[in-house]
Write a protein that binds this ligand. Structure first.
Ligand SMILES: C[S@@+](CC[C@H](N)C(=O)[O-])C[C@H]1O[C@@H](n2cnc3c(N)ncnc32)[C@H](O)[C@@H]1O
Length: 181
């Protein structure tokens, strides 16, 4: 029979390994977990002009703050995609206790493997090389009138329609062609 201190030590080691996997796996697949400040989430949803009933996607939804605010404050429908199992389960829990299950869904898995064609607004806070890889998917799958909001990182081929350089977020419209010089 193992002693209590050795069982505690084993528990700490297992927790440490799970934490490391939870940090390094999403980082390798697209971006580490680093949540957007709540005030900035609100500004981004406002500048993207999210309307009641619209469908907002958050690619890499973390703790679900963007999709939850989109549904509660902006009366939108929302879908989050999250590759980290713990955060996915946490989002499911929050959505359930907040009574949002009819309007907010979370999908577990890699954002690159999910169909996003129904989105009216796509939100992302990833990394520059992940945005570079994502751009083709956005252009291929989204409708021309869809808006894309990126926190901090840019899309080079999408037409920029609004930005806030102070807090660092960028709004693109997939179908708007950039003006010629
Ligand atoms: C910088 S955090 C942003 C979280 C949230 N969107 C926010 O703004 O608060 C990036 C999130 O993307 C997730 N992620 C990274 N790569 C992913 C992938 N390939 N598919 C789905 N989620 C991914 C991470 O687990 C993390 O939760």
């Amino acid at each position: 029979m193992p002693s209590i201190p050795s069982m505690i030590a084993l528990g700490v080691i297992i927790l440490g390994i799970l934490t490391l996997v939870s940090i390094s796996w999403p980082n390798r697949r697209g971006a580490p977990y680093w949540p957007t400040r709540m005030k900035k989430v609100e500004s981004m949803l406002t500048i993207a002009n999210v309307q009641p009933g619209e469908l907002v996607y958050d690619l890499g939804c973390g703790d679900g703050r963007v999709i939850i605010m989109a549904a509660r404050r902006f009366k939108a429908r929302a879908v989050g995609i999250e590759i980290d199992l713990f955060r996915f389960l946490w989002c499911q829990f929050l959505i359930t206790i907040l009574g949002l299950r009819r309007r907010v869904k979370v999908k577990y898995g890699d954002l690159f493997a999910k169909d996003i064609c129904e989105a009216d607004v796509v939100f992302c806070y990833l990394l520059q090389h992940t945005n570079d890889k994502l751009e083709g998917k956005l252009m291929k799958e989204l409708r021309p009138d869809a808006r894309v909001v990126s926190n901090t990182f840019l899309f080079s081929a999408l037409p920029l329609i609004a930005m806030d350089s102070e807090t660092g977020f960028y709004v693109y419209n997939v179908g708007v062609q950039p003006e010629e010089d």
